[in-house]
Design a protein around this ligand. Structure first.
Ligand code: FE2
Length: 520
């Protein structure tokens, strides 16, 4: 039996209806009241809303009950007709994860799942076709956010752009980027489903100062000259960006959420002492018991356990050599936290799920080892905590984005997260260190733009804000391993970021020296 994750009646239900309306408005659509009623009754209303927007296309500004009912029916039909796919789940469908039961359930606040990154598997076994579908999904989702901007006049398909003359715009995916040998100008090849073109980006122009990330979707304003042999020149670059059309959400009551990441339970370097102090703090037996008392949620952004065989000679760093024993130990550690907390976990690259992203949630036999107040979701996932939209992504794509962005580093992960928000994508690069799962829907697209984006993976710590979104990189509960020393990664462990959902103010506690110390 699982705990309900639907929003109930009252303030939370109103907040969800407001979110649905705001979401459609951000996509230049108006939702009528009957359509809204059907959507609000769904367990994953914004995921259904996204499908409605996809289906409607740009020509239909009004969303009706019929349009929504059709999408709901299709999604229910696919759910019942494909049990094998459902079992891959922890996708949109398997939302009946263990939840609090019996006498404790009344004290656990409600929350809702807004969007799960992991969704239906590809409709084909043919890899090329499956990846084509994935990229088409990415293009459609991000082009929708770029279309209609005044900074992208005379929008044409890519194949028509060099038949035009003067100023035209395209929305396209970046295929490759190179620099000219002598003058260091940039040549960027972009494409949409009509074709591809090479564009010239002068080194000292505003466009030349931006870094193009392979496989991101951009809007380009082009100047096409008379000479058809010359590549169009890029006069301006637009990114989907997160700050447009956003509605900010805050909880009505003082309520807090604790963000953690990279516990690495099972590693010899799991920080037992600082963890014990954290549990004491959460039970109100440490500093700031008034703050601890208001914490109702914990979000853990992946690498729950250390796993096995993740890097060369990892066995030397392990205290527990069986991954199930590691999850049993994780269960014991999480049972040490107050039962009243709703704990939301996503996997990371060390967890025992498929490494390709989006990753599904933990398997049911692993979830069974965890306490009932734990909700296991896919990586990434977006939830609403008392109306505040929180996206959690482990952060594996840092391994691709940091080398690709000049000046980026693991010590400043929030800088990379700002770039993710600009691209509205958590990890676009194909063929790098982050394996991408060829799912039918690109679950790494950031939509809706969250109030809080949390990552881990870098084992560092960061708090920043961008376009109304609070950015957190949530530290680690593992000290430095030999492997990290070799790779020159200096961890910033045992930091706990606590966010007040009524203000989005952050307090940071540093448990690295044992007892909690306020940290900046
Ligand atoms: Fe990690």
């Amino acid at each position: 039996m699982g705990g309900s994750i639907r929003l109930g009646t009252g303030a939370n239900a109103t907040a969800m209806r407001d979110q649905i309306v705001a979401y459609f408005e951000a996509h230049q659509k108006f939702v009528d009241s009957d359509a809204l009623r059907i959507l609000a009754a769904q367990s994953v209303p914004l995921a259904i809303s996204q499908q409605v927007i996809d289906e409607a296309g740009p020509a239909h500004p009004f969303v009706t009950a019929e349009m929504v009912a059709r999408i709901v029916a299709v999604s229910e039909a696919s759910r019942t007709s494909e049990p094998a796919r459902r079992s891959l789940g922890t996708s949109l469908l398997s939302l009946s994860m263990p939840g609090p039961e019996g006498p404790t359930s009344a004290s656990v606040p409600e929350f809702s799942v807004v969007q799960l990154g992991f969704s239906a598997p590809p409709s084909t076994d043919e890899p090329l076709e499956a990846y084509t579908t994935l990229f088409a999904s990415r293009y459609a989702a991000l082009a929708r956010l770029l279309r209609g901007r005044s900074t992208l006049p005379n929008l044409v398909p890519v194949a028509e752009s060099n038949r035009a003359r003067g100023s035209v715009s395209v929305i396209a995916m970046v295929r490759d980027v190179r620099t000219t040998v002598e003058k260091h100008h940039t040549i960027v090849r972009v494409e949409d489903d009509s074709g591809s073109i090479e564009c010239f980006v002068p080194r000292d122009s505003p466009a030349g100062r931006t870094t193009f990330i392979p496989d991101e979707v951009v809007g380009l304003q082009l100047q096409v000259g008379e000479d058809k042999g010359r590549a169009p020149r890029v006069a301006g670059v637009e990114r989907p960006d997160s700050s447009r059309g956003r509605t900010e959400h805050r909880s009505a009551r003082a309520s807090r959420v604790l963000f953690l990441s990279d516990l690495h339970v099972g590693s010899r370097s799991f920080l037992t002492g600082p963890w014990s102090e954290l549990t004491e703090f959460l039970h109100g037996r440490g500093s700031a018991p008034d703050v601890a008392e208001q914490i109702r949620y914990v979000v853990v952004a992946g690498d729950l356990v250390d796993g096995i065989g993740i890097y060369p000679n990892q066995e030397r760093d392990l205290a527990l050599h069986d991954v199930f024993e590691q999850y049993e130990e994780l269960g014991r550690r999480l049972r040490e936290l107050p039962e009243r907390l709703r704990i939301i976990v996503i996997p990371g690259n060390h967890d025992a799920v498929c490494p390709a992203e989006p990753q599904p949630g933990l398997s049911p036999d692993v979830v069974a080892l965890l306490p009932p107040n734990v909700t296991s979701l896919s990586n990434p996932s977006t939830v609403a905590l008392e109306g505040v939209v929180v996206s959690a992504y482990h952060g594996r794509s840092f391994d691709d984005l940091i080398p690709a962005i000049p000046g980026a580093s693991y010590s400043r992960p929030t800088d990379v997260m700002k770039r993710m928000l600009q691209m509205r994508h958590l990890g676009p690069m194909y063929g790098g260190r982050t394996p991408l799962a060829p799912l039918a829907r690109d679950g790494l697209v950031i939509d809706p733009a969250p109030d809080i984006l949390v990552t881990g993976h870098s084992h560092t710590f960061g708090v920043d804000r961008s376009g109304g979104t609070l950015l957190l990189n949530a530290s680690t509960w593992q000290s430095e391993t030999e492997y990290q020393r070799m790779r020159n990664i200096e961890p910033v462990p045992a930091r706990a970021a606590i966010v007040d959902l009524s203000t989005l103010g952050v307090s940071t506690l540093d448990f690295s020296e044992g007892r909690a110390v306020e940290a900046e």
